[in-house]
Structure formats: C-alpha cells, structure tokens
Design a protein around this ligand. Structure first.
Ligand code: PEP
Ligand code: MG
Length: 891
C-alpha cells in the first residue's frame, strides 16, 4: 500500500531531508529539523505522489487518502492537546505547498484554518485575547476566500479601509476586537456574494478545500512560467504540508521572521534577516509593514533589532542557526515564529544567494572545515558567475541621485522605465534595456522581472518578493525605495521634485540601493580573492582546456584576464569591418577579375599582418586558432549608391558595372551560399593573403619575443576531404614561400571547422587531412535543424514555450541531434587519427550544460566569448568531477 501521508514533529518523524522528491523541500526539511531536536510544530505532509495521482486521475484523490489524513491529524491533536473544530480548544492549522525545489510565492498558502463562527469564540477564550482571535479569523476568511474561493482580494481591503475610516484610525493596530468582528462579518458577506454560498464553517471542508487549492496552484499560470524559466518538470508535483499553527500575532511577546544564516548578498558570515513583532508570516514577505533587522550590528538608528527586543528568543535562534549550518553544511534560509517568547521553526532550506555570496560561502565553508574543495567547486552555479562579471557604476562619473532604496540585488543596470511586466517583456523583446518599476512585485511579475535589466520597487524589504526573486535571477534590484511615489495611471514616478515618465532613462545601483536620473557610465568588475581561489581549485580538477573566441586586442586581453588558455576562434571577417578596411574588402569581393582582387588584397595584407602580430603578442605563446575568411557575403556588399560609387572608383570601373556585379553576387540564401572555404576555393588569392599575413606575423613575433607562436589555421564550412586538401595545399604553399623568404620556419597546424552534417558523417576521411577539428555548433545547429540562424528568433521562443523543444538549441546544445553528430564526428576522427585535437567554438562553448556535454565526448577544449571564460572553467571542472563520479560509481 502506498503511504500518502508522512507525519513530523512531537517525536514522530516519518520523513527525512533526502526525501524531498516525495515530501517536497519544505516537508522533508520540517521532518529533518524535528528529528534533530529543533522546535517544530507538529504536522504532516501529503506527498507529491498524491499531486501526480490527482492530475492523472481527473483531479481525484486516492481512495485511502482521507483516512490517512484523519489519522495524521489525530496525531497532531494529541501532540498539542487541542482538537480540530473544537469549540473550546480548537486546533488551527496552516496548509502550505512545497515542491521538490523551492518556488517562492508561486503557489498557495492558507493560515489559521479551522476557525469558524464557534471556534473563533473558543480561541478568544482559550487565548484570553479576543482581538487576536477575531484578527486571525478575518485573516483566515481573506486568505481562504482569495486562495480557495478565488474572491478578488481588493474587495477585502475595501472593507478594512471602510472600518478604519469609520473609527477614524489610520493603522490596523488601532482596531479593536469588536472592529475585527465587524471586518470578519463583512468579509463573510463578500465571500457569500462572490460565491453564492456562505463561508464554509466545517473545518474538514475547509481543510480539503485548502488541500485542493494547493494542488490546483501547481498548475496556475505563474507556477507554469516559473517552472519553464527554471527547467522544473510539471511531473514533479507539489506536496501539501498541514501543520499546527503557532501564532506570531498574539501580542508583543510574539513575532515572526525570515532570515538567512549568512548574508545572501555578500556571503558574510553574519546572521541576516528581518522580523516583525506581533505579526503573521505573510506580513513579512508581503512587504506591507516594514520589518526590523535581526541583529544589533545591522540596526540603523531608530530601528528595533530582535537581539534587543527579544533577547532570549534571539539567542535561541542563534543556537538553531549553528545547529542547522553544521547539519546541512550550507547556508540556510529559515522562517520562524515566536509565540509568547518561545521560538518555533517553520522552515529551513538552502538559501538563495547572489553569485558573490555563493562564492564567498563556498570558500569560507571550506576554510571552516564544513565542506571540502570538491564540494566548494560544485556549490557555485557556473552561469551565476556572470553576475560577478557585471559592470558597476564608474565611481568618478558624474551622476544625479533621484532617490535611494535597499540594495536588494547587486550589479548596476541602466534602461528605460516601464511600469508593468507586460511592457517590460514587450520592450525588451524589441531590444531595449528596461528597468521595471513597481510599487511591489508579486509572482505575477515574474516574466517582467526576467525581461528587465533591473528592478525597482518602492515597498518591501530585503526578503520581499522582488529582492528574493531578483537575486535568484541575477538581476540588479533596488527595493523599498519609499521616497519614490509611483503613479501607475499617469505612467510616472516622482521623487524629490523630479518626475520620471515611462520611457525615460534611469540607472540603478543594486549594490548601494541608489537610483540615478539618466544613464551613468559603468566600469568593468574587479574579481575578488575568493573568485581567484575557487577558479584555481576548478582549474585543478578540470580536464578540458578553455579558450576564447576573440579577434580584437581588447577581447584577447579580456580573455587572458579571465584565464583563457588560448584563442579557439579568431573570426577574421570581423577584422574586415573596420572603416579603414571595408573599402578594400568591398573591392576584393566586387572585383570581377583576379587582378582587381589581388590589388585589393595587397591593401589588406598589412592590416591583417599587424592584427595577427598583436594577437600573437598578447597570447604570448598560447595557441591561437585563426579561421580563414568565412564571410556571409551579404554583410559586406555595398548597399547605398554612395558605397557602390566608392567601390567603383577604387576598382576603376563604371558604377553601373558595379551595380550589375552586386546583383550577380546577391544570394537567395547567403547562409548556405558562397561562403566559408567555398570562397577560398573560388578565389585562392584570399586565403593565400591571409596565410601570408599569419606566417609573417608569427615569424616577426618569434623574432621579437623569442617565443614562437603556434598558429592553428582553420578552414571553415568544410563538407569533404577534397575541399580541405585544396585549401590546405594553398596554405602549405604559402608557408613554404614565406619560410624561404624569411630563411626560417615555424610550427603550425591546419585544421577544420566541423559545422556541417556531411562533415560529421565523413569525419574519418576529413581527419586524414586535418590536424584538428573545431566544432562550429552554430552552423551545425542551423544545418542540422534546417533552421536559419538569422530567422529562428521569430518563432523559436514559441517552440520553447510550447515545449516542442526543451531549450533554444542555439543557446544550449541539442544532445540528441547536434550532439549525436558531434559524437559521430569525434569517434570517426579519432579512429583515423588517435591524437586528433578536438574543440568546440560555437556559442555553446560558454553554456554550462553544453560544456558538460563536451566532457562526455572528451573534447580537448571549449572556446567561448571572453566574459564566459570563467563560466566555462567552472563548468568544465564540475563536468570533470561529475564524470569522475560516474566512473567511480560504475567501477
Ligand atoms: C559556428 O558556426 O559555430 C562558428 C563558430 O562559426 P560562425 O558563428 O562564425 O559561423
Ligand atoms: Mg560557422
């Protein structure tokens, strides 16, 4: 028989931390905390298997679920000495979702369940606090109404505002028990009106309603979006946790809070969080009241830190923090409630953190002996390093401060102001950088936050929805900027006499919380000592080398700074766009005869030679792969009359002849046209010029520095051995000429891009003529899918959204199709030439999942854009550790 329900607390713990797939993260950790002796109110978890069953069976529960829930509920009643629905000593419960991985705020929660017109009186008598009882009841009606019965929450707010107006008070805290009774009664009327039925009075009906709502929320639109963004399969399902209520809103010796065992922004080993006296959990995260800091060290003048206000409960929390970190060996994100000075733990989970914090915590925990180096390497998500490499504001740049809020998520961002998430998404799709400005964000804003460069809210604290989600996404965020007034209707915000309208530019500094008018210049990041340390550990375990795709000196220098071990792709056509050269490049392409081409190439030779000289100098003996010209021709053709006339003058021909030639050269499908080695074969003088420039530069640098560069000359878009033989022959011929002229030789290699399916399938014969292969997975993806690189953006996102393909194959390698071809080519190539050097230089070289794939094919290196080099280094290390783990397990 399947066990659908697992109890926890009061000495009866059926779950464990490693049962998160079944119990969800929250349920598994509640059981774990209870079993290590931490104070957890008793309860039970309905498993994720029930959720799966529910959706597989037309939203029906397993037949034996009810009995299991009743038995678990009886155990809770017994543990706390209260009874569900009892009019004298009523048990109240919370009902919360809890998936395998946390999905903050995406699903539903109901608190104070079990209250009705009778039990509320019992609660008032038992607690001796009628105000608390009626406040709890109205909260319950509101939450249950909104979550389970889908009543619009604005209707409830109108009622409270009405009663406050009536009593002439501004704060909720000024309302009495009688007032809350009036509010509760108004709420019940709202529910009755909206649903056509009275508010449910039977606690068991309430319980099953709430359970159904939590399971239902697994499939709501925002949960679906969140899952898509975070690659969470719908089949995982959520668990439901039912737990005895403890009350943080029973008076001044009660409180509720959310905190992290270390600073989630910086990683500092310091207790960090917020709490509110006399409040319930939702009040803190909702950002409605401004929470207070936990520790005195963090408190600003006028604030009331928990350390001073509730010293005993605070000290107990400090003890719990140590127990948790030693037990979980990771930074924890915890929720707690203090009821009459007694601390209760309501949740623990590994805390979300910024990349900087993640790095520092991993390195610090290693130093503290909590984890080892291997574990530290695994702890940091490679993709998150991007955040550390984000620019920050140039401290010397002039700026005009608009306002200041909380530094909720680091990094600087600049963009046009938008006031809605839909607008953010729309404008960012058009290529604009946007700053999403909201009074506060809610889970409905998830798509807008994702689309925005930066997020600004005027309400809420460091653990508000905006702050938590932005940090997780790596978006700079300033939260709780209370000095700014947002007027959605007018599409404008105002602060300190300034008005900023939608479409105006602002700059955010997520590290200081400042908001500036206009755009402020930014500077490149400096990397911390922890970064270097972790990278060094990663380098110690990775097998694959990491190179960079670079052609300019600046890119090459950046690449080296980030630890690139060579250049894996120098796209020489990118060197041709320079205004000083484009004229000669056009002449070369437009020339009708070899003479004209040679004349243009002679002008380009010195440019190319000095380009390569510079690259060889910067790379100081590291390998440099130079790809011979692979121009998508249309990008170079002269377009305007002026450009055509200019080329005609250069070539000494009539403009009309040029127009004809341009028409002749234009292609229906340039991506599959006269490009790559096809061009080098039609016009051998082009590759000859480039080979000459490379060899002359290499010899010059060898003489100058005493270290001979080893150029790796790469032929693009090869589909057969014959093409490689011809182009290789050209290169070798030039090498012999240049060596004879210089009276010296240098080592070099000639290899090929593998970027066509035919090249993969005939890789054995191509390998006979190649010293190396470099997988051009951009073109290989294009040609394998039959999907134009230039046009895919129009429909591919919809394909991903509809789950027709799991990910954009131009971002992350498609293992089944493109990956299968890479495997075939690697195998065939190595069969012919066991030492054949294999690399990848498509955009995938900087994508962690693709790097993982490359390790499984045992490529020698990955090459990616300079800023992705650290990402690739860490991803390659993790891939090596994973692969070693797999070998261990199969040994
Ligand atoms: C590729 O096709 O993957 C590649 C690296 O070449 P390019 O992007 O220049 O076509
Ligand atoms: Mg290519």
């Amino acid at each position: 028989m399947t066990q659908w329900v697992y109890s926890f607390g009061a000495g009866h713990n059926e779950g464990r931390a490693d049962m998160r797939n079944l119990l969800g993260g929250k349920g598994a950790n509640l059981a774990e905390m209870a079993s290590i002796g931490l104070p957890v109110p008793p309860g039970f978890t309905i498993t994720t298997e029930v959720c799966t069953y529910y959706y597989d069976h037309g939203q029906q529960y397993p037949a034996d679920l009810k009995a299991a829930v009743n038995a678990a509920l009886a155990r809770v009643e017994e543990a706390v000495g209260l009874k569900f629905g009892d009019t004298e000593r009523p048990l109240l419960v919370s009902v919360r979702s809890g998936a395998r991985v946390s999905m903050p705020g995406m699903m539903d929660t109901v608190l104070n369940l079990g209250l009705n017109d009778q039990t509320v009186e019992g609660l008032a008598r038992a607690s001796g606090d009628a105000r608390f009882a009626w406040d709890s009841y109205r909260r319950f009606i509101q939450m249950f109404g909104a979550v389970v019965l889908n009543v619009d929450h604005h209707q409830f707010e109108d009622i409270i505002e009405g009663v406050k107006l009536d009593r002439g008070v501004a704060e909720d805290t000024a309302l009495t028990a009688e007032d809350w009774k009036v509010v509760a009664s108004g709420y019940k009327d709202v529910v009755a009106e909206a649903t056509g039925k009275p508010f449910p009075q039977d606690p068991h009906d309430q319980l099953w309603g709430a359970i159904g709502a939590v399971f239902g929320s697994w499939m709501n639109a925002r949960a679906n979006t969140y899952r898509r963004l975070h690659d969470i399969p719908a089949s995982w399902g959520t668990a439901v946790n039912v737990q005895a209520m403890v009350f943080g809103n029973m008076g001044e010796d009660c409180a509720t809070g959310v905190c992290f065992t270390r600073d989630p922004s910086t990683g500092e080993n310091m207790f960090y969080g917020e709490y509110l006296v006399n409040a319930q959990g939702e009040d803190v995260v909702a950002g409605i009241r401004t929470p207070q800091p936990m520790s005195s060290l963090r408190a600003k003048p006028g604030e009331k830190p928990m350390e001073e206000v509730m010293p005993a409960a605070y000290q107990e929390l400090v003890r719990v923090r140590d127990v948790l970190e030693k037990h979980y060996k990771d930074m924890q994100d915890i929720e707690f409630t203090v009821q009459q000075n007694k601390l209760y733990m309501l949740q623990t989970r590994n805390g979300k953190r910024t990349a900087a914090a993640s790095l520092k915590i991993a390195v610090d925990m290693c130093a503290e002996g909590l984890i080892d180096k291997t574990e530290a390497i695994k702890r940091v998500a490679p993709g998150s390093l991007d955040q550390l490499l984000h620019p920050t504001l140039d401290p010397k740049a002039p700026r005009k401060l608009l306002s200041k809020g909380l530094p909720a998520s680091p990094g600087a961002a600049c963009g046009v102001v938008v006031f809605s998430s839909d607008e953010a998404e729309m404008r960012s799709q058009k290529g604009e950088s946007v700053i999403l400005v909201r009074i506060e964000t809610s889970p409905e804003d998830i798509h807008g936050m994702h689309a925005a460069r930066g997020i600004l809210t005027t309400r809420g604290g460091m653990t508000s929805h905006a702050a938590v989600v932005a940090r997780g996404m790596g978006r700079p965020c300033v939260a709780g900027a209370g000095g700014i007034a947002v007027d959605y209707a007018a599409q404008a915000l105002s602060a300190g006499g300034h008005v900023v309208r939608a479409g105006d530019v602002v700059t955010l500094d997520g590290a200081t919380g400042e908001i500036f008018l206009g755009s402020v210049p930014m500077i490149e990041p400096k990397l911390s000592g922890d970064f270097a340390k972790l990278m060094e550990w990663a380098d110690g375990v990775r097998r694959m080398k990491v190179r960079a795709n670079a052609e300019t000196p600046l890119d090459a220098e950046t690449a080296r700074k980030f630890g690139a071990e060579g250049i894996g792709l120098c796209r020489t056509e990118h060197m041709f766009f320079d205004p000083a050269r484009i004229g000669a490049v056009r002449q070369m392409i437009m020339a009708e005869h070899e003479d004209g081409r040679r004349a243009a190439l002679a002008k380009l030779l010195p440019f190319q030679r000095s380009d390569f000289t510079e690259l060889f100098r910067i790379m100081a003996g590291l390998p440099v792969t130079i790809r011979l010209l692979d121009p998508p021709l249309h990008e170079f053709l002269p377009h305007t009359e002026e450009e055509i006339a200019e080329v005609a003058v250069g070539l000494g021909v009539e403009a009309s002849a040029m127009q004809r030639r341009a028409a002749d050269l234009s292609e229906a499908n340039p991506m599959l046209g006269h490009r790559g080695c096809r061009l080098g074969i039609s016009y051998p003088e082009i590759y000859e010029m480039q080979a000459r420039a490379i060899f002359e530069a290499a010899i010059a640098v060898a003489k100058e520095t005493g270290t001979a560069p080893i150029p790796e000359i790469m032929i693009p878009l090869v589909m057969s051995k014959r093409e490689l033989d011809i182009t290789r022959g050209q290169v070798e011929g030039i090498a012999a000429q240049v060596f004879a002229e210089a009276g010296t030789t240098i080592e070099y290699m000639v290899g090929t891009m593998i970027e066509l399916p035919r090249a993969c399938l005939t890789a054995d014969s191509i390998a006979e003529s190649a010293d190396f292969f470099s997988f051009g997975t951009n073109d290989l993806t294009q040609t394998t899918f039959g999907l134009s690189r230039d046009d895919a953006g129009k429909f591919l996102p919809a394909y991903v959204e509809k789950n027709i393909i799991p990910k954009d194959p131009f971002v992350s390698i498609d293992p089944e199709g493109v990956g299968a071809l890479v495997k075939i080519a690697a195998k065939k190539g190595r069969r012919v030439k066991p030492g054949l050097k294999l690399g990848i230089c498509g955009e995938h070289g900087g994508d962690p999942a693709s790097v993982q794939f490359c390790e499984t094919v045992k490529l020698d290196y990955v090459s990616c854009s300079p800023y992705r080099v650290p990402v690739a280094r860490l991803a390659a290390a993790q891939a090596a550790l994973d692969s070693a783990g797999r070998t261990d397990r199969t040994a």
